[in-house]
Design a protein around this ligand. Structure first.
Ligand SMILES: Cc1cc2nc3c(=O)[nH]c(=O)nc-3n(C[C@H](O)[C@H](O)[C@H](O)COP(=O)(O)O)c2cc1C
Length: 413
């Protein structure tokens, strides 16, 4: 039988390359096949060029994709940076002829900062020709030049200042720099505390007393906010005493007469969800980060210690109770001296945590981190405080870091 003489089309060529089949020439011999292919390649040089370029680009893309996937897997999840609080930078001070009012806050968990911000916003709306500046750090030099200032000061521990107000409190109460400047100062103080503590609102009271003793003029009596009741109501009541006083000092005819409604400063965070594998590695590395004995334990990195001794100090006949506890801190590198403080981190009951997970409708092994900055590193408009807890699973966040049983603040959304 005569072999059929068939010319190979470009389509045959491509199909052959893709399928990896052998091409035979019209006489069936491999040599004839090869020369047919060569002739075809020469005839379709353009197509061959396009083909080879496409294949090269395709291979390039696959290589880049594989490399990026590989490196993405290896990249560890970064815990949010613990940066010391700093409020959004105020623009450079310019003397624009407006009367300036400075507002300072000492906060540990954000309440005083929220009140200070709400106060500034409302005051700005009421007295439009005045400048209200929120300030938490640069007080040493600035305060001496102020004539009108407000302070929102929380008390902690045995009546101690918050971390961000500690330097101010020391500077102010040690008194080396007090002077005539206080005589030019009119001020208002709102304290944040809790009556359950022995030194209720100590910081606000001490600062208020020293200011008044040194010649500062109180615009209103010191507000004593009580977190055991509704501290927001205490803030509103104090604020209503402040406005009439400020009206006489600051009010211009064209200032707004309508007060802006109070909006609770709800802290804003960026939430990043992590792969389960990455998240659990990160969480266990944080939990075990101190196992090597080199790391330092602190309030952010608590140490797990067993109760070694527990005894009741009152006699059985007594109607009172006082428990003596001893913690075993051997091998932790920690030391304790009389007078040191021990903070105890409580965990919520598992039943409560499971109920919260059910209400959130999220699996317990959802890993996430919260951040106070945007993806490009610029701060979010929320708090000046660092994130309240490290990256972890939803189960850990609800167990260790969330207050699940207290009623939310009245004005929180
Ligand atoms: C650990 C701890 C210690 C506290 N110590 C005191 C205290 O000694 N005196 C007081 O009046 N309030 C005390 N408080 C209550 C806080 O001052 C109060 O909750 C306040 O609203 C917190 O404000 P912040 O969110 O701006 O930090 C304490 C609260 C906590 C959690």
């Amino acid at each position: 039988m005569e072999p059929t003489s068939e010319k190979l089309s470009p389509f045959d060529l491509v199909a052959a390359i893709l399928k990896g089949v052998k091409l035979d020439g019209s006489d069936g011999s491999p040599e004839a096949g090869r020369s047919a292919v060569v002739a075809l390649l020469m005839e379709n040089r353009d197509l061959v060029m396009v083909l080879t370029t496409s294949v090269a680009v395709l291979i390039g893309c696959v290589v880049v994709l594989a490399w990026r996937r590989g490196s993405a897997k290896k990249k560890p999840v970064e815990p949010p940076k613990l940066v010391l609080p700093k409020a959004a930078p105020e623009p450079e001070e310019v003397d624009d002829g407006k009367k300036k009012v400075s507002v300072f806050f000492g906060t540990q968990t954000g309440t005083a900062e929220g009140f200070a911000k709400a106060f500034v916003e409302e005051a700005k709306a009421r007295y439009q020709q005045k400048r209200f500046v929120l300030d938490d750090e640069e007080y040493e030099e600035k305060l001496k030049k102020e004539t009108l200032a407000f302070f929102f000061l929380a008390s902690y521990g045995d009546g101690e200042p918050t971390d961000n107000a500690a330097r101010f409190y020391k500077w102010f109460t040690e008194g080396k720099e007090r002077g005539d400047w206080l005589k030019n100062l009119q001020y208002g103080i709102f304290g944040l505390g809790n009556r359950q503590y022995e030194h209720f609102n100590k910081i606000a009271i001490v600062v208020d007393n020293i200011m008044a003793e040194q010649g500062g003029k109180r615009l209103v009596s010191v507000g004593l906010g009580d977190d055991d009741q509704c501290i927001e109501d205490d803030f509103f009541a104090w604020r209503e005493l402040v406005w009439p006083e400020l009206d006489t000092l600051l009010r211009d005819e064209d200032d707004a007469t309508v007060a802006t409604p109070y909006t609770a400063a709800v802290l804003e965070y960026r939430v990043v969800f992590h792969d389960q594998a990455d998240g659990s590695i990160l969480e266990s590395s944080l939990a075990n980060g101190h196992a090597n004995g080199n790391a330092v334990y602190d309030a952010q990195h608590p140490c797990r210690a067993n109760v070694a001794v527990r005894k009741e100090l009152h006699a059985p006949a007594s109607d009172r109770s006082c428990t003596h506890l001893e913690f075993d801190i051997s091998g932790t590198g920690l030391a304790y001296e009389t007078g040191d403080h021990v903070g105890v981190y409580c965990e919520n009951l598992i039943e409560t945590v499971e109920e919260a997970e059910r209400l959130l409708n999220l699996p317990p092994e959802t890993y996430f981190s919260i951040h106070t900055d945007k993806e490009d590193g610029t701060p979010l408009s929320g708090s000046s405080l660092p994130p309240p807890f490290p990256p972890c699973s939803l189960r850990t966040a609800l167990t260790r870091y969330a207050d699940l049983l207290s009623s939310p603040r009245r004005y929180a959304d």
